[in-house]
Write a protein that binds this ligand. Structure first.
Ligand SMILES: Nc1ncnc2c1ncn2[C@@H]1O[C@H](COP(=O)(O)OP(=O)(O)O)[C@@H](O)[C@H]1O
Ligand SMILES: [Mg+2]
Length: 547
């Protein structure tokens, strides 16, 4: 016979698995809300009555119900038809649970428990049953849990709480069990160790806190938008950069923002969303207060909650852009001053020094006549001086030419190129093919000088770096532009130098950079194509349309 809701338990009744207790425990644990614990008890009583009937049937010799019948009878608690087996099953289930399960009376005396509880408390079931549970807990924990139990007994309400014991975290559920008069007579306790979960939560909370701190203190404006265009997140910096509040940004829908369309941001956003790839660009605009603004803008698509979003990172680069502009202005002025200085020097050398040397040469010619037939030592000396003067005048002419070819101003680019190339080939041993249409005509002086300097620098690089023995130059003119193409068949420019030049840094020297700046300054562009088979440099300058 099975005892139900025994008030005066003997130890054997509770020995590790007390069937009645487990019926209760199981039903109580199965009931999800406390309101159903009454049902659970009613069910349990019914189950017990059925059990008694089954036992009676057995003893009066009536045929046992078939296994089939047992399975299909569908009655609640049908498994109780085999009490011993049922007990074993319940015992196994409860002992297999990783949660600790306990049945206490209203004062905290242990009535039943599973193995997990015994293990967790480091005691055997026999040591625990019939004892006051709080004696096995550290005093600080015991007091708090005692208060929880009292509260459940007093209120008849289930409770759920977490606490910490010796560095481990537990989550407890307390469910009251009532007698017929509705008084709480027992409390089922289910405890679960949640240390790992707690640590994970802690780590997550720390990571979130770090994220929050980064977002709040970052000087990069960070915004997130739905693909529909609605802003769902903006940090302080995002607002500060554009001169808006975070609230204003949160009301923004980029698809309805004319600024986004005007500054190419909308197109960037659409591309990023369509290709699912990061897009980056520099944006020039103005803040809401009309202050000039340069942004380095990155757009990164990401998925959140199964929905496509766009992360926008704005880095303000207005000061950097201004500094670059100032620097460009300086280097423009420096180049202009350099060009003027060169022109001035070239003219001085050509018009004055070279003329004077020519005069010295003429005088030396006369001196030669005067000293003819005199001391041979004097004649030789005059001869040496004449040779030196001749060298000097050649050097002065070359120097003047390199500084600024007089032909450039007088006869224009093709003539200056031709005469420059002659000297260059002689000096360097590089054969150069020049291809210029007869009707190229004159170009604006600034364009002629810029192209001449590009040519000069390109040829110097071919001689110094390429290892090529040949070069070819082609000048072409269309209605609105002039194109200079300089190619060699040398070893090519390294990728690192090309990257530096593309980003506006100097390479090892300043030649390529200065070519680019000269061309940029006139609104043109410089393209460099380089590989192991050689280098081709293309400088394109816009021209005013000829009428
Ligand atoms: N035609 C070329 N062939 C091979 N390498 C070149 C060529 N032109 C330039 N380079 C490489 O690019 C570098 C940068 O050239 P440049 O800016 O003119 O500076 P510099 O001539 O003073 O070194 C050179 O040092 C060289 O390594
Ligand atoms: Mg160079």
């Amino acid at each position: 016979m099975v005892t139900i809701l025994s008030r005066t338990p003997r130890l054997s009744d509770f020995a590790f698995v007390h069937t009645a207790a487990y019926v209760e425990v199981e039903d109580v644990f199965r009931s999800e809300s406390f309101g159903r614990t009454h049902d659970a008890e009613t069910k349990m009583r019914r189950a017990n009555r059925e059990l008694e009937q089954v036992e009676e049937t057995r003893t009066t010799g009536r045929p046992k119900p078939s296994a089939n019948f047992k399975r299909s009878s569908g009655r609640a608690g049908g498994w109780l038809e085999e009490p011993r087996e049922s007990r074993e099953t319940v015992r196994a289930i409860l002992n297999a649970a990783t949660e600790s399960m306990l049945l206490l009376d209203a004062s905290g005396t242990v009535l039943a428990l599973n193995q997990t509880t015994a293990k967790r408390l480091g005691k055997s079931a026999d040591e625990l049953i019939g004892r006051y549970i709080f004696d096995f807990l550290p005093p600080s924990v015991a007091a708090a849990r005692r208060a929880r139990l009292d509260e459940v007994v007093r209120s008849g309400q289930p409770a759920q709480f977490e606490d910490e014991r010796q560095g481990m975290f537990f989550e407890h559920k307390l469910l009251p069990v009532f007698d017929e008069r509705g008084k709480v007579v027992r409390v089922a306790v289910c405890g679960q160790e949640i240390t790992e979960r707690k640590h994970t939560q802690q780590r997550q909370a720390e990571a979130l806190e770090l994220n929050r701190a980064i977002l709040a203190t970052s000087t990069v404006g960070i915004m997130a938008y739905r693909a529909t265009g609605q802003c769902v997140f903006a940090n302080e910096a995002a607002g500060l950069i554009v001169g808006a509040s975070v609230e204003q940004l949160l009301q923004q829908n980029f698809r309805q923002n004319p600024d986004w369309r005007e500054h190419g941001l909308l197109q960037m956003a659409e591309e990023a969303l369509r290709t699912r790839k990061m897009r980056r660009g520099e944006i020039h605009g103005a803040t809401t207060f009309g202050k000039e603004l340069w942004l380095d803008c990155q757009m990164v698509p990401f998925v959140s909650g199964g929905e496509l979003h766009l992360l926008v990172l704005n880095c303000e680069i207005t000061n950097q852009k201004r500094a670059e502009e100032v620097l460009r202005g300086f280097s423009r002025r420096l180049r202009r001053a350099q060009d003027e200085e060169r022109r001035h020097l070239a003219r001085g050398l050509h018009d004055s020094t070279a003329q004077k040397l020519a005069a010295v040469n003429m005088n030396l010619g006369r001196l030669k006549h005067l000293v003819a037939g005199t001391d041979p030592a004097v004649r030789n000396l005059v001869g040496d001086i004449a040779a030196l003067v001749e060298d000097c005048s050649k050097e002065v002419r070359t120097l003047s030419y390199l500084l600024h070819p007089p032909l450039l101003d007088q006869l224009g680019l093709p003539a200056a190129c031709r005469s420059y190339l002659e000297g260059f080939s002689k000096r360097s041993g590089v054969r150069v093919r020049l291809d210029v249409p007869d009707d190229l005509g004159r170009l604006p002086a600034s364009a002629e000088l810029a192209l001449f300097r590009v040519l000069q620098e390109a040829l110097a690089n071919i001689q110094r770096h390429s290892g090529s023995k040949t070069a070819s130059i082609r000048l072409t003119r269309a209605a609105n532009r002039v194109v200079l193409k300089v190619s060699d068949r040398g070893r090519g420019i390294s990728a690192a130098v090309l990257r530096d030049v593309a980003q506006g840094f100097g390479g090892p020297g300043l030649g390529l950079l200065s070519m680019r700046e000269r061309v940029d300054q006139l609104g043109g562009r410089l393209e460099i194509e380089s590989g192991t088979k050689g280098t081709t440099l293309v400088a394109t300058l816009p021209l005013p349309v000829r009428h």
